[in-house]
Write a protein that binds this ligand. Structure first.
Ligand code: FES
Length: 299
């Protein structure tokens, strides 16, 4: 009740509604706390590998806590209207002005009197927002790290075909082609390599590759540098490899340089040698990433 100048008392009607609501305040705060705890539990569940049923239940508790808290706050702690007041004289009396100021002041207190609940609601919504980042980050998958830069090929690797049979210097006639893998990674998607025989004598495809093509054998990565399709067709007449996806053509005698189509780079060449038993082996792994380009690959 407010004593006003000019006599008389003024009792704001809302006071009866909002006073004595300590229990409701605690209930609202508890709802937000439950929501925060459920958000933390959801984050822990994500980090530990995730479990759809538990995640769904925690999501339900999070949203329920926020919803119940906001509804209870709005229904029991915020003054309910509408309010009306008879105006018998148009001119405001001093008492009315005082009453208006008192009402305005009370309204300000209504808004500012519950900073704790404001913080709890902010925490509930903020933590829930942060937790929502976890499924997004997890959906990006594991980091590729160095996997894009290297292949299983290494020095001395024995070339074998898809059946695991070792390739010797007599496996192919001139004009022949076979898909090969290192003996320890048969069928490997990154390892797949085209081995072809373009001549009977050693071939130098580029300066610095004088020993890479013994007895006419040349090996190139089978992954197209355009979009990664397998380059599976060898045209002996033109000495070109063809990618069937978008018809890129690679000249095998010049280091699989692309001569037609959208492929932006040559196919990486695998350096070969023939061991003392006649088996064909790799001198080393590929000297550059195989397959299509990626953001960090560079030019
Ligand atoms: S994937 Fe080979 S040309 Fe497109």
């Amino acid at each position: 009740m407010t004593k006003v100048e000019g006599g008389g008392d003024f009792t704001p009607p809302e006071v009866e509604i909002v006073e004595g609501k300590r229990g409701v305040e605690l209930f609202v705060a508890l709802a937000f706390v439950v929501s925060v705890l459920a958000s933390i539990a959801l984050a822990v569940t994500f980090v530990l590998g995730g479990q759809p049923q538990i995640e769904g239940a925690l999501l339900f508790v999070i949203l329920l806590g926020i919803g119940v808290g906001m509804v209870a706050w709005g229904k029991y702690l915020v003054p309910q209207g509408p309010y009306s007041q008879e105006r018998e004289v148009l001119k405001s009396e001093i008492a009315e002005r005082q009453a208006f100021l008192a009402s305005l002041d009370r309204g300000q207190r209504q808004i500012g009197r519950r900073p704790f609940l404001m913080k709890m609601m902010g925490a509930a919504i903020g933590v829930f927002g942060l937790v929502n980042l976890f499924p997004f980050l997890r959906s990006l998958g594991p980091q590729p790290k160095k996997a894009l830069y290297t292949t299983p090929w290494k020095k001395g690797a024995l070339l074998v075909d898809a059946n695991g049979s070792a390739v010797t210097v007599n496996t192919l006639e001139v004009g022949g082609m076979v898909t090969v893998f290192p003996s320890y990674d048969v069928g490997g998607a990154i390892s797949q390599t085209v081995l072809l025989r373009a001549a009977n004598t050693a071939i130098t495809t580029r300066p610095g590759r004088e020993t890479w093509g013994p007895q006419g054998y040349l090996a190139y990565s089978k992954l197209c540098t355009h979009a990664g399709c397998p380059v599976g067709l060898y045209q002996e007449l033109t000495q070109q490899l063809l990618c069937p996806c978008h018809q890129s053509l690679f000249d095998v005698l010049t280091g699989a340089n692309p001569v037609f189509g959208p492929a932006p780079r040559p196919l990486p060449q695998l350096p070969l040698y023939v061991d003392s038993s006649g088996y064909i082996r790799a001198q080393a792994g590929y000297d550059q990433p195989v397959g299509p380009g990626f953001w960090e690959r560079g030019a």
